[in-house]
Design a protein around this ligand. Structure first.
Ligand code: ZN
Length: 110
């Protein structure tokens, strides 16, 4: 694995975000796909830097999908529920927080 130039990857992420046309990319799914394709086409980044950047924007996309309760669901291999997030399962996180007694505390904070 090569060294990831994080500042370059973040600059590319900012460019991909700045290039969004909100008339065309009018929902979170279209915006995420546009940003992802823009990053993949960015020749200033190495393959590892593209993976880093796409992973980074996917974290925000996962958050937005859960907040909007929108998007393609997948079956979690751990709990077998239909979850929205790509990088984790929101039900497994919720169950874990319940198990350790932190979910109620988090709800109070939010
Ligand atoms: Zn799960």
């Amino acid at each position: 694995m090569s060294v990831i130039r994080k500042e370059l990857a973040h600059a590319a992420m900012s460019r991909s975000h700045a290039l969004i046309d909100y008339n065309i990319h009018n929902d979170i799914h279209k915006r995420h796909e546009f940003k992802k394709q823009t990053l993949l086409a960015d020749n200033s980044l190495t393959k590892d830097e593209k993976n880093y950047a796409i992973n980074w924007i996917t974290k925000g996309y996962d958050r937005n999908k859960i907040i909007e309760n929108s998007g393609t669901r997948r079956i979690c291999e751990n709990c077998n529920q239909k979850c929205l997030a790509t990088l984790y399962c929101e039900f497994c996180v919720r169950n874990y927080l319940k198990a350790i007694g932190h979910l109620e505390m988090l709800i109070l904070i939010i």
